[in-house]
Design a protein around this ligand. Structure first.
Ligand code: E4P
Length: 217
């Protein structure tokens, strides 16, 4: 399972990279705005800065909603750095753009996916990654994890190579449940990954080992 962090914050990305288990980064226009990154030149430079920190894939989202605009923006993003994956919204022109990029060998991440049907379309269009938003489904009393299970079943039935990128992961149990269901990737805050570390028996066990060591020395 690949671990991505869902942030445009460079120090968080560096911290995740330093942990040694980071496989990539996802961003979106809201996350860029949260870091105060505005204006196309500033945004493009920020993507380059992210690519310089992390070894893996970096999803960069287009803001156009028409096919021509998405193609123009996506080509510029892909040309920025070999690690860039073009992130496209799950709308009709997004599906067309996904097929266009897939035919050209440019990697894509189809985002804002909330149903199995949308995920099926993304795979048919040759998406590299599909991003079902589990946290946002949970927010409206719909089981986000069930969507991961449905997509896994459908992709396995037909051998689709599109990777299931469980997005809108909010906490550590989401990470564990996505791993049980066979999601290929998770993206969430660094805290959702760091939460995997914690266990009180580890802490008390270590404290006792250190205490006993001191006694014998
Ligand atoms: C995924 O690529 C999105 O950026 C993200 O996971 C959305 O998460 P949120 O629902 O916590 O905003």
């Amino acid at each position: 399972m690949k671990f991505f962090v869902d942030t445009a914050n460079l120090s968080q990305i560096k911290e995740a990279q330093d942990l040694g288990v980071l496989d990539g980064v996802t961003t979106n226009p809201s996350l860029m705005a949260k870091e105060g990154i505005t204006g196309s030149e500033h945004i493009l430079n920020h993507y380059k800065a992210i690519c310089e920190i992390v070894d893996g894939d970096v999803s960069a989202e287009v803001i156009s909603t028409d096919f021509e605009g998405m193609v123009k923006e996506g080509e510029a993003l892909a040309a920025l750095h070999p690690q860039i994956v073009v992130k496209l919204p799950m709308i009709k022109d997004g599906v067309k753009a996904c097929k266009y990029f897939s035919d050209k060998g440019i990697r894509t991440n189809v985002t804002l996916v909330f149903s199995a049907g949308q995920a099926l379309l993304a795979a048919k269009a040759g998406a590299t990654y599909v991003s079902p938003f589990i946290g946002r489904l949970d927010d409206i009393s719909t089981d986000g994890l069930n969507l991961i299970a449905e997509i896994r079943l459908i992709y396995d039935n037909y051998g689709f190579g599109t990777e299931i990128l469980a997005a809108s992961v909010r906490h550590t149990m989401h990470v564990i449940d996505c791993a049980k269901l066979g999601a290929d990737v998770m993206t969430g805050p660094l805290s959702s990954i760091e939460g995997l570390l914690r266990h009180p028996l580890t802490d008390s066990g270590l404290a006792k080992f250190l205490e006993d060591y001191k006694k014998g020395n």
